[in-house]
Design a protein around this ligand. Structure first.
Ligand SMILES: Cc1cc2nc3c(=O)[nH]c(=O)nc-3n(C[C@H](O)[C@H](O)[C@H](O)COP(=O)(O)O)c2cc1C
Length: 465
């Protein structure tokens, strides 16, 4: 059987979040992100396209690196307004049956005990269709608004996230036995207290006695997504993630990334295929190749130069208001998103000026663009899946939600005809749709399953740390 690919739709609760300035396009409806109708329509499109999940990005602060101010971000809607990613999910779940939802939540600013409850609640309400994009956050403006005097160093953010996950694993996987809830009316017993454990977590960053506030949900642990790009980030992904998002300019860069992630995953005692790799792509479809390139040029005219400079400044940590547009981008180490900077400083084929980087970053946050007819785009998807070893694709948008609609109407049927994309969902839960029927839960080789052993007689659980 030919390799089967997976698809996710990339969105954020903000107008034109990944193509800065596209809110001005006549086809764009992203300014309706404050309406349930927008989310319901988008979810239905993705489910019609048999997507695994809607991946909802998020940031908790403004893009204020550019000119040391939030002005450009406010003026050009640079991922601002930034509404909550969790709130629209119940409404979308009510009008879909199989589509998963992977909201982004920061392990740097959330509290594990409360977050575990939120995601378990959603896993119940969606009947097992919840994922979580685990991020450690890169903006200084997030830190200072959320109780820190400054952004934590990247390494420390990952250390904290690692312990954060240990806490939520204990809550999700080990606090309630499968058969704890018994609904025994005669004995006035809703749940058996002998089967609900404290977790007694005592660590460097968190002390959480537990128990978990929610009885086991269909997947227990939500499907874990991550986008680590630094060596520490990749190790974190290899240990915890079930799928990773990546952003590449080229097939070569993708190949190197996938090989590295697979190797790191195996070192963690997992199977190479336990972490699915989803490169992000921006499809620009025309009825002819020429028309697609004309469309691309038209779309770039809607990109906001200053807005994108502000976005890129936030992504890289460099204040580009001080740059001349024809200046080459400097290769430095950043506490922000190293991968976003490396795209423009470590490209073996070219040196990037700020002006060129902005043109590229303005559409799809700088990710690779697949421009052409639907057939040509399907060809490249197949090439990246087979030669690049991608497991699936994270589809970004220019105008929303019509970029998704065009992709679902024009490209998905070709992928299905070629036998590389499903015509029906595999299972009920998100994890089954990603990994196959019968895999609603994390496999035994995952870090969450290796956190000490339980005995039913134990009232408390001593941390294995
Ligand atoms: C496709 C993609 C989507 C991302 N979405 C978010 C997001 O919504 N919020 C966020 O704070 N970081 C997001 N990131 C950034 C990553 O979480 C991570 O910080 C980044 O890839 C840098 O990794 P590193 O910290 O290991 O260098 C995203 C990255 C990629 C590639």
């Amino acid at each position: 059987m030919a390799k089967q690919i997976h698809l996710n739709g990339f969105i954020q609760n903000s107008p034109s979040p990944h193509s800065t300035g596209l809110w001005k396009h006549e086809k764009d409806e992203g300014t309706n992100h404050n309406r349930l109708s927008y989310w319901i329509e988008t979810a239905k499109i993705l489910e019609r396209g048999k997507f695994d999940a809607m991946f909802i990005a998020d940031v908790l602060g403004t893009y204020s690196v550019y000119g040391d101010s939030h002005e450009a971000a406010v003026k050009h809607a640079v991922q601002l307004p930034a509404h909550d990613p969790l709130i629209p999910i119940s409404a979308m779940a009510a009008v879909t049956e199989n589509l998963g939802f992977a909201p982004t939540i920061s392990a740097t600013y959330a509290q594990p005990y409360a977050l575990a409850r939120q995601l378990s609640t959603l896993d119940h309400l969606t009947e097992g269709r919840i994922g979580w994009n685990v991020v450690t956050s890169y903006l200084e403006s997030e830190a200072v608004n959320l109780g820190l005097s400054t952004r934590l160093p990247k390494e420390l953010r990952y250390d904290r996230a690692d312990e954060f996950l240990e806490v939520v694993y204990k809550l999700w996987e080990h606090s309630w036995k499968d058969d704890a809830v018994i609904f025994d009316r005669e004995n006035d017993t809703f749940a058996d207290p002998a089967k609900v454990y404290l977790i007694n977590h005592e660590g460097e960053f968190f002390n959480v006695p537990g128990p978990h506030l929610v009885e086991p949900s269909p997947q227990r642990t939500p499907v874990l997504f991550q986008a680590g790009a630094s060596p520490k980030g990749r190790d974190f992904a290899a240990k915890h993630a079930e799928a990773v998002f990546t952003k590449n300019h080229s097939l070569e860069a993708l190949k190197a990334y996938v090989a590295d992630i697979r190797e790191r995953t195996v070192k963690q005692g997992r199977d190479a295929g336990d972490v699915l790799v989803f490169p992000m792509i921006l499809p620009i479809i025309g009825s002819t190749e020429e028309e697609a390139y004309e469309k691309y040029e038209d779309l770039t005219k809607h990109v906001s130069y200053e807005g994108t400079a502000s976005l890129l400044s936030g992504h890289t940590g460099i204040d580009f208001s001080k740059y001349d547009p024809d200046q080459y981008i400097e290769d430095v180490e950043t506490e922000a998103v190293q991968g976003n900077l490396d795209m423009y400083t470590k490209d073996p084929n070219k040196k990037w000026t700020l002006r060129e980087a902005i043109k590229n970053h303005g559409l799809g946050n700088g990710t690779v663009k697949f421009i052409g007819t639907a057939e040509q785009i399907a060809d490249r998807i197949e090439e990246w899946a087979v030669e690049g070893d991608a497991d699936g694709f994270n589809i970004a948008q220019t105008y929303s939600p019509d970029t998704f609609r065009e992709f679902v109407d024009l490209v998905v049927p070709i992928l299905q005809e070629r036998g590389i994309y499903r015509t029906e969902y595999t299972g009920k839960t998100l994890r089954e749709n990603m990994f196959g029927k019968g895999r609603a839960h994390l496999p035994d080789n995952h870090a969450a399953k290796k956190l000490g052993s339980f005995q039913s007689s134990l009232r408390g659980y001593k941390s294995s740390r």
